[in-house]
Design a protein around this ligand. Structure first.
Ligand SMILES: Nc1nc2c(c(=O)[nH]1)N[C@H]1C(S)=C(S)[C@@H](COP(=O)(O)O)O[C@H]1N2
Ligand SMILES: [Mo]
Length: 300
C-alpha cells in the first residue's frame, strides 16, 4: 500500500495540540485551518471525547457486507483493496484512472476530529486522517460547467456478501453540490486514529462530510464524476420520501419514522442520556451560508 501509517494517534499528535484540535474541530464553532476564521470554542455546548477505536471499527454501516452493525467488521476483510484505482471523469481537465498512489501524491494528510451523526440518530466523534476533497478536485481540474460531484463505491459481488440482498441498488452512489464538495470541511479520509482505514470503515478512501447524515460519507470510492446535473444517490433512490439529496443534519426536520432532535452517543453506556442534535451537526457557522435562502424542510 502506498500510504500505510504505523504511527498511533498519540505518536503523531502531542497531547496538548490534540486537545486544542479537539476543541477547535469537534466544537460547535470555529475552524483552526483554511480560510475560514471564527470565534473559537465559544459556543461549544458539550465536551465530547473521541469515540474509542474499538467502537469506531466494530459498529458500522456498510451494507455491501450486510445490514447488521457487526457485519462489516466480520466480512469486509474479503474486499481486496490493493491494487486500488479511482476513475475520475466527467467535466474535468485531466480525466483518467488514477492509482491510489497517484491520488495521494502531493496530498497533505492531516488529522481532524469531527462529529459523525448517522441518520439513525446515533453519533460518534472520530479522529480522521485524510485530505481535503478540494485538493484532489483541483489536481484534476474542475471545468467551469461542473455543478455536482458524483461518487461510486466498489461493486464486486464475489467479495461483498451483502450485495446478494437488494436492500439497496448496487453500486452504492452518492453526490454533493460542487460548493459542498469544495468546502474545506469536506474530506477524503485515509485513516482513523493514525491507522490506515480498515475495510469496514471504507478503505482505502472514503468521503467525510461532517455536517451531513452519515450515509453521505460514501466508502471505498472507485469513481468520482463531475457533472452538471444532480446525481442519483442510493438512499434517495431507495426511499425518496425519507432521504433527500441534501441530508444536512437538522434537529428540526424529523425523519418520517423518528425524531432527529436528539442522538445516542455510541460507547457512552446504556445509562447515558441522549444529547441534543445540533443544526448542521455543530458546523452551522462554517456551512449555513451554503444554504442561504433555501427551505431546508423542502430540500431535506
Ligand atoms: N458504500 C457504502 N458507504 C456507506 C454506507 C454503505 O452502506 N455503503 N453506509 C453509510 C452510513 S449509513 C453510515 S452511518 C456511514 C458509517 O460509517 P462508519 O461505519 O465508518 O462509521 O457510512 C456510510 N457510507
Ligand atoms: Mo447512517
Amino acid at each position: 500500500m502506498a500510504y500505510k501509517s504505523k504511527l498511533t494517534w498519540a505518536d503523531v499528535t502531542p497531547k496538548q495540540s490534540w486537545l486544542n484540535r479537539r476543541q477547535i474541530i469537534a466544537g460547535a464553532s470555529g475552524l483552526g485551518f483554511g480560510a475560514i476564521a471564527g470565534p473559537i470554542a465559544a459556543a461549544v455546548p458539550i465536551e465530547r471525547e473521541p469515540t474509542s477505536y474499538e467502537d469506531i471499527t466494530s459498529y458500522n454501516n456498510f451494507y455491501e457486507f450486510g445490514t447488521g452493525k457487526e457485519d462489516p467488521s466480520r466480512y469486509a476483510d474479503a474486499m481486496t483493496t490493493d491494487p486500488w484505482s479511482v476513475q475520475i471523469d466527467g467535466l474535468v481537465d485531466r480525466p483518467g484512472s488514477y492509482d491510489l498512489a497517484d491520488v495521494l501524491k502531493g496530498m497533505d494528510i492531516e488529522e481532524r476530529i469531527y462529529r459523525f451523526r448517522c441518520v439513525e440518530a446515533w453519533s460518534m466523534v472520530i479522529p480522521w486522517n485524510g485530505f481535503e476533497l478540494r485538493a484532489l478536485l483541483e489536481k484534476v481540474g474542475v471545468q467551469p460547467s461542473a455543478k455536482y460531484v458524483a461518487f461510486e463505491t466498489l461493486y464486486r459481488p464475489e467479495e461483498m456478501r451483502g450485495t446478494r440482498s437488494r436492500v439497496l441498488e448496487w453500486p452504492y452512489v452518492e453526490g454533493l453540490r460542487l460548493d459542498e464538495a469544495m468546502h474545506p470541511l469536506t474530506m477524503v479520509a485515509t485513516g482513523i486514529y493514525g491507522e490506515s482505514l480498515l475495510n469496514q470503515n471504507g478503505a482505502p478512501l472514503r468521503l467525510v462530510v461532517p455536517w451531513k447524515y452519515g450515509f453521505k460519507s460514501i466508502k471505498s470510492i472507485v469513481r468520482i464524476t463531475l457533472t452538471d446535473s444532480e446525481p442519483p444517490t442510493s438512499w434517495n433512490k431507495a426511499n425518496p420520501r425519507e432521504y433527500g439529496f441534501y441530508s444536512n443534519v437538522n434537529p428540526e426536520v424529523d425523519h418520517p419514522r423518528w425524531s432527529q432532535a436528539s442522538e445516542r452517543e455510541v460507547g457512552a453506556g446504556i445509562f447515558a442520556s441522549r444529547i441534543d442534535t445540533l443544526m448542521f451537526n455543530g458546523y452551522a457557522e462554517e456551512v449555513a451560508s451554503l444554504y442561504a435562502g433555501m427551505d431546508l424542510s423542502r430540500f431535506f
